[in-house]
Design a binder for this molecule. Structure first.
Ligand code: ATP
Length: 292
């Protein structure tokens, strides 16, 4: 049997860092939303007891450095499963781009292996595994739109945004998340109003959502990647309603409700940057354990 799972990317509509904790992690308040730019995870059983992982791109590790591999290993250990597993990752999400591609692959692997081996994992069990892999993995288990707190692993679901387009522009550079957080530690920070963003989503006020987009890491990455300011200015000129860098960057996204403006942004930005996408937001996954 072959199981297919979609692994959607995420954007941060609001990202605030409260400070560094004694355990070395940063305390964050983030509003995250899953988008329809997704990797595809395929998994099936193999003879033997090994995990074999293939990725469609050469620069993603295929050993235990891959978050999907780590997810499979954790599940095999937790449930004492001595069967082999084949994982194939079809990458579509740009890597090291602030879109949580690796985290989403790990979450999709948890959902896929749960189905493959009929493990009947509860949402809580999946979250517990996710937290052992990385801070963004917990959000990616269900996706949708959510507030993430703690080091990103405490998830409170939010309603979906009013229907809109998300236009993503990825400059041809990659950013190391750890380095951005380290530099954030050593400079005065601008804090977005995360609570106001949560309220705006609850009342479905699209204009307020656009006005409240904010990311405390944006000025740090912008200093290193000069294309970000240029992309933002260009998108503003074309008429995007809201514009922000996602995560630690360098991907910049714009929101618009209008199909014609989405087309203008897509065409306008394609002439400017090699990687441009126009996608919709994704609804949360209905997990197997919820309807079994
Ligand atoms: P974050 O903001 O969580 O750091 P990101 O979107 O900026 O995420 P990813 O695409 O997840 O970055 O990649 C970050 C690093 O994780 C890469 O350098 C890569 O080597 C490693 N990695 C591990 N597993 C994967 C995977 N399945 N897909 C992509 N990268 C992976």
């Amino acid at each position: 049997m072959k199981i297919l799972e979609k692994a959607p990317a995420k954007i941060n509509l609001s990202l605030d860092v409260i400070g560094r904790r004694s355990d070395g992690y940063h305390e964050v308040h983030m509003v995250m939303a899953a988008i329809d730019l997704a990797d595809r995870i395929e998994c099936s059983e193999l003879p033997g007891n090994r995990i074999v992982l293939h990725s469609s791109v050469p620069y993603v590790p295929e050993d235990d450095r891959n978050f999907a591999y780590q997810a499979a290993r954790l599940i095999k250990d937790k449930f004492g499963i001595s069967k082999g597993l084949q994982l194939t990752i079809q990458k579509r999400i740009p890597v090291a781009a602030g879109l949580a591609g690796g985290s989403s692959d790990a979450a999709a692997t948890i959902r896929a292996v749960n189905r493959l081996w009929h493990l009947g994992m509860s949402y809580e069990t999946m979250l517990d595994l996710a937290r052992q892999i990385g801070s963004d993995v917990a959000f990616c288990i269900k996706g949708g739109t959510a507030l993430a707190t703690g080091r990103g692993e405490k998830i409170s679901p939010l309603p979906s945004l009013p229907p809109c387009w998300v236009i993503l522009v990825k400059p041809a550079v990659s950013v190391a998340t750890g380095q951005i957080y380290k530099e954030w530690d050593n400079r005065p920070a601008v804090h977005p109003d995360v609570d106001a963003m949560v309220r705006a989503i609850h009342v479905q006020d699209f204009d307020a959502i656009c006005a409240l987009l904010g990311n405390t890491l944006e000025p740090v990455t912008m200093e290193k990647v000069e294309e970000i300011a240029k992309i933002k200015a260009h998108m503003r000129q074309i008429g995007a309603e809201g514009i922000l860098m996602s995560g630690s960057g360098p991907t910049v996204f714009a929101l618009t409700r209008h199909e014609s403006r989405m087309q203008r942004l897509l065409n306008g930005m394609k002439g400017y940057c090699p990687e441009v996408y126009a996608v919709r937001l994704c609804k949360p996954f209905a997990l197997l354990s919820e309807y079994e």
